[in-house]
Design a protein around this ligand. Structure first.
Ligand SMILES: [Zn+2]
Ligand SMILES: [Zn+2]
Length: 425
């Protein structure tokens, strides 16, 4: 079949399935569940898939889903979607809400898999297409996740990180994802970057003492934390502005009475940067600032690390295809390009390992992550996005020259497991 005929088929397929797709989207939107609690969302999605004759695994990292079509061993495209919601507060009460629009991702990607199965494109090309619904993208509810970790149910706080460690992406060649943006004047964004971050906790320990009678006998832990804050502020100057370095420490613990030299002080911060190299360097320099500030004052310092998310750098080749299909939907001025965002996502980790794209789409009212979040342009959120993903998948499976791969996946994964995920507390 000529590619243009296939595009016509795709548009026809979307028209035929649009009511079901939007219904699925609404159903998932009204079922907001925070990370690793996406039980009902899991049921909605798996019964949708199984109802359309697609078998799936439904217990990855507690609530994640993997469904693959295509029995060949050719190029393997993963359609990745986040499943989780946030907990928002409207000024009176807190409640779960899909205020990051993840329900749109799961609905569209599951719907796309169903429609691509109808078109039989995987079987015809010998390729494979997987829908991977990942739990827990939002980095929240630490106590709950820590409990899951202690019970041995997860190893990391993010769904994708657990999935990567478990090998879910080991035979995947590229990753396609999308995420809602808060824009109102444009329809899409393409080739945006996301910052990476890591979480640091520096615990300073000194010696308590009477602050009047024997202050000189004490070793003030708060002084260590204070000196560290200064050192970190000076250290930040060693990075250029475009490194996007953000370190804003807070003192989260420094108990005791006013007549006692503080024995313990805890300083916590996120370290953020736009590239992995800068992020790793800044993390090491932060540790040096903390350890040497402590040493200078006769204190000890223990640093606890929690894995954050890697910066996202998208595949240029894949984004060229995505952009071409965006342009079939709207003029150039309706597409934002190359935004450097200070936000983060665990798609950054996947983008480090595999060629990946996460394009943005508009269609909401109210700020992202707020209780006012509402989906107002269902055509753009559900149908245009499905069209872009379907056409991109078909292009890639039909044209071998578009089948980009990270040949060094194995080495990258080794580095990732050893030098990134190991940094857990
Ligand atoms: Zn979010
Ligand atoms: Zn999100």
């Amino acid at each position: 079949m000529e590619i243009q005929d296939l595009y016509i088929e795709i548009n026809r397929e979307i028209q035929q399935n649009k009511d079901g797709l939007i219904r699925l989207g609404r159903e998932l939107f009204s079922c907001p569940e925070p990370g690793f609690k996406e039980v009902e969302s899991n049921q909605i999605l798996t019964s949708f898939l199984r109802g359309h004759g697609i078998s799936c695994r439904s217990d990855l990292c507690l609530t994640g889903i993997l469904a693959t079509i295509g029995s060949g061993d050719g190029y393997h495209i993963a359609l990745v979607a986040d499943m989780d919601a946030l907990v928002v507060n409207d000024g009176e009460k807190s409640y779960p809400c899909h205020s990051c629009g993840h329900s749109i991702q799961t609905a569209v990607m599951a719907g796309v898999l169903k429609m691509l199965k109808d078109l039989n494109i995987a079987e015809e090309t010998g390729g494979r297409i997987s829908f991977i619904a990942a739990p827990a993208e939002e980095f929240i509810e630490f106590d709950y996740r820590q409990k899951l970790k202690e019970e041995g149910k997860i190893n990391y706080f993010s769904g994708k990180q657990n999935m990567i460690e478990q090998g879910v992406f080991d035979d995947v060649d590229c990753v396609l994802t999308m995420h809602v943006n808060g824009e109102t004047e444009t329809l899409f964004d393409v080739n945006s970057t996301l910052a990476g971050f890591m979480v640091k906790k520096a615990v300073f320990t000194g010696q308590a003492s009477h602050s009047g009678a024997a202050a000189h006998m004490g070793r003030n832990a708060l002084h260590g934390a204070s000196l560290c804050m200064d050192a970190v502020a000076y250290m930040k100057d060693q990075f250029p502005a475009d490194a996007g370095l953000q370190i804003h420490p807070v003192i989260t613990e420094c108990g005791g009475s006013v007549n006692i030299i503080p024995e313990k002080a805890v300083l916590e911060t996120y370290v953020r940067a736009n590239t992995l190299a800068d992020l790793l360097e800044a993390g090491e320099k932060f540790d040096l600032c903390a350890v040497h500030s402590a040493a200078a004052l006769g204190l000890s310092c223990r640093i606890e690390n929690r894995t954050g998310y890697m910066p996202l750098k998208q595949s240029k080749e894949l984004n060229e295809i995505i952009y071409r299909h965006m342009r079939e939907i709207c003029p150039e001025e309706k597409i934002i390009k190359n935004v450097v965002s200070g936000a983060s996502g665990d798609i950054g980790d996947l983008g480090y390992l595999l060629p990946a794209v996460q394009f943005g789409f508009s269609g909401i009212r109210g700020r992202i992550h707020s209780s006012e979040f509402a989906i107002v342009d269902e055509e753009n959120a559900y149908l245009h996005t499905a069209e872009i993903v379907m056409k991109t998948v078909c292009d890639i499976l039909i044209n071998p020259q578009l089948q980009v791969k990270n040949e060094d996946f194995k080495e990258r994964k080794e580095f990732y497991l050893k030098n990134w995920l190991y940094k857990e507390i």
